[in-house]
Write a protein that binds this ligand. Structure first.
Ligand SMILES: Nc1ncnc2c1ncn2[C@@H]1O[C@H](COP(=O)(O)OP(=O)(O)OP(=O)(O)O)[C@@H](O)[C@H]1O
Length: 213
């Protein structure tokens, strides 16, 4: 798969967040997106995932056959997207059947992130870092070439960050692609970096108009 982003622009709440963003990512490459709070990192990932309409520019995927870009990616965002009343295993089984392209079983994926022992626990009983690991285990239950990761190390301890680095580098080694928004360094090989510089702008009186949930 190849990801091409051309002259991408983003506007939220009526304000320009970024513009003129271009990059291309080949199979096996990772891109780390940095920038200060509010620069637009999460917004960029939402646009790439097809969840937010850009204000200009284009996002294209090559080499995905009949699939759409949205069907070729995983997004692990700030919200873990897990059902609190379901067990870790049930959450992953659900994701696995919903997403198709089956890869590891739910139990194997939980083992990979060091949570095999917690498979039968409701997600509501897990710590923030454990929930984050369940969310990341979703990457492993369905094959998707593009991983979009928003602050993937947040709430992870040092050992879990090292495990995540191994999983990400394995994905790249298999020809996968990663776009990660982060404030923390990620131990990724051959990583490219792009920094979003947000133009300072006064908050307009109508800044909350058009708030998109
Ligand atoms: N749901 C939303 N509706 C309207 N505006 C939003 C929404 N979410 C974010 N924004 C605005 O878009 C801009 C970019 O936010 P975004 O979350 O993309 O930044 P970020 O670089 O990921 O920040 P952080 O480092 O704090 O996670 C901010 O000005 C923010 O207020």
């Amino acid at each position: 798969m190849r990801l091409i982003v051309e002259e991408l622009a983003c506007r939220r709440s009526g304000r320009r967040v970024f513009a003129g963003l271009s990059f291309a990512l080949e199979a096996g490459e990772a891109l780390v997106v940095t920038g200060r709070n509010g620069a637009g990192k999460s917004s960029l990932l939402a646009i790439l995932a097809g969840r937010l309409r850009p204000d200009g520019g284009a996002v294209r995927a090559e080499g995905v056959g009949e699939r759409t870009l949205a069907e070729s990616l995983h997004l692990v965002g700030h919200r873990d997207g897990l059902k609190a009343a379901m067990t870790a295993r049930e959450n992953l089984d659900f994701a696995r059947s919903l997403l198709g392209d089956r890869a590891l079983s739910a139990l194997d994926a939980l083992e990979q992130v060091g949570l095999g022992h917690a498979a039968a626990l409701p997600v509501a009983y897990l710590s923030a870092g454990q929930r984050r690991r369940v969310a990341l285990a979703r990457l492993l239950v369905a094959h998707r070439p593009l991983w979009l990761l928003d602050e993937p190390t947040s709430a992870l301890d040092a050992a879990s960050q090292a495990t995540l680095a191994v999983l990400m580098n394995e994905h790249l080694g298999r020809g996968g692609l990663i776009v990660a928004a982060t404030h923390a360094p990620l131990d990724l090989r051959g990583v490219k970096e792009i920094r979003i510089e947000r133009a300072a702008a006064p908050v307009a009186d109508d800044a909350l108009d058009g708030w998109d949930a």
